[in-house]
Design a protein around this ligand. Structure first.
Ligand code: MTE
Length: 422
């Protein structure tokens, strides 16, 4: 496993924690020792933690706590979450309509009144006292509109089992834990500068106003929060109050959410109520116990915290869709990469022996996806498998399998999409 800059950065911070120079409120000490490689149980998560995975033990039959309607032709309900059916995106355009956008809730959508809402920016990384902003204060700042996907780090997780025969813990998403939107709001950087961020600030931790997340064992991990390195926080992060031209809907973070382009969805904290700016590194359960890679091909102490998303492709057809033989079918799909735009998509109908280029309908976009189509005239009735793979601006192409990790994050392998030719 190559030592990446992220790995070095992470190790530096963990050493700072050991020296008493980083804060880890609400994080079990054994989790931090495990990341340092000092624990005996290195290769797998303790059972208690596995069952503590957000969404792991949620009942499969109800989306308790989601406000918007979840028609079954658009959504599959998974515990407290709702996955968009990928075929429900066919013909919807580049941006995902708000009413079809997936929802990932650790608990439930809170009822917040925008008129009472405030954002408090505080901490040792500020020059002075906490700064408080209301919605009108944010609206008075220069606006920014950014198109970006939000995607769960575990999107595609169920494919570890269905395609690679490997067991993983967490919500069993297929490929629909993603949506693209036009986010309008203000730059987090502008708010941090107005609040008086100091040059020695290192971490910025937004926290949601939704209820504390309580594990199935009854342990409260506190409210959803995850530190961002100051370099990312000052780069392209948005505090969004609009989504696709409408006020942010309740399920997507109303009145204001964080949008962290190209990064795993957990970074994009919804219903943000405060942002801690810290001159010492910060930890939360969402960058220690969760959102790192553990598994045989990952460092024994776990990978650095996940940042950028990976490379994926999904076809806008239901699983086992019926396609009549002898007719020309326009197969449509979308591909995306956290490392840069997608420059090529290829499809195969013979198990990967031959690949044909699909027609791309969008230019490569950082933090976005491309829509594509490819025509196929199946000759012989019977079961068939469609493959599609993307290549991004870094030259990386989707592999045939993804290295296993116990929590099933960042699945990037070519998906074998079954169809039936009739
Ligand atoms: N923020 C808060 N406060 N609470 C949450 O449960 N879920 C996170 C993130 N922000 C979450 C949150 C996760 S894991 C993802 S993938 C995205 O929100 C999902 O955003 P969406 O529900 O708008 O699609």
């Amino acid at each position: 496993m190559p030592v990446t800059p992220e790995h070095r950065y992470d190790q530096l911070r963990l050493r700072q924690w050991l020296d008493g120079r980083a804060r880890a409120d609400g994080v079990a000490r054994r989790d931090l020792f495990r990341l340092l490689g000092a624990s005996a149980a290195l290769s797998a998560l303790p059972t208690a933690l596995q069952s503590a995975l957000p969404g792991a033990a949620a009942p499969a039959h109800a989306a308790a706590g989601i406000r918007k309607p979840l028609p079954p032709e658009w959504f599959t309900v998974r515990g407290t979450n709702a996955e968009t059916k990928f075929d429900a995106l066919a013909g919807t355009g580049y941006h995902t309509p708000n009413e079809r956008f997936f929802v990932r809730n650790h608990t439930s959508t809170p009822a917040l009144d925008p008129a009472d809402w405030t954002l408090t920016v505080w901490g040792s990384g500020l020059r002075g006292d906490p700064a408080v902003f209301g919605l009108d204060d944010l609206r008075a700042l220069p606006t920014v509109t950014r198109s970006a996907v939000v995607e769960c780090a575990g999107n595609g997780r169920s494919l570890f089992a269905s395609q690679q025969g490997q067991s993983v813990s967490g919500t069993a998403w297929t490929l629909g834990a993603i949506g693209a939107a036009r986010w309008r709001g203000v730059r987090l950087a502008d708010v941090l500068r107005r609040a008086g961020i100091r040059r020695d600030a290192v971490d910025v931790m937004p926290r949601g106003l939704d209820a504390e997340y309580v594990t199935p064992d009854g342990a409260s991990l506190g409210r959803v929060r995850r530190p961002l390195p100051v370099a990312k926080a000052l780069d392209d992060v948005v505090l969004a109050y609009e989504m696709n031209g409408e006020a942010l809907p309740p399920d997507h973070g109303s009145p204001v959410r964080v949008v962290v382009p190209s990064w795993v969805g957990i970074a994009s904290v919804k219903w943000v109520g405060d942002v801690e700016v810290s001159a010492e590194p910060l930890y939360s359960p969402w960058n220690t116990a969760f959102y790192r890679l553990w598994g045989p091909t990952h460092p024994a102490e776990g990978s650095p915290p996940l940042t950028r998303q990976t490379l994926k492709t999904a076809i806008e057809l239901p699983w086992n869709a019926s396609l009549p033989a002898g007719e020309r079918h326009r197969v449509t799909g979308r591909s995306w990469s956290g490392a840069g735009g997608v420059v090529r998509v290829e499809t195969s109908v013979d198990g990967g022996h031959h690949w044909r280029s699909a027609r791309l309908l969008d230019p490569p976009r950082r933090a976005g996806w491309v829509r594509w189509h490819a025509d196929w005239r199946p000759a012989v009735p019977g079961p068939a498998v469609l493959l599609a793979r993307a290549t991004d601006t870094t030259g990386r192409t989707q592999p045939l399998s993804t290295a296993h990790n116990t929590q099933g994050y960042l699945f990037d392998a070519v998906v074998r999409h079954p169809v039936t030719v009739t």
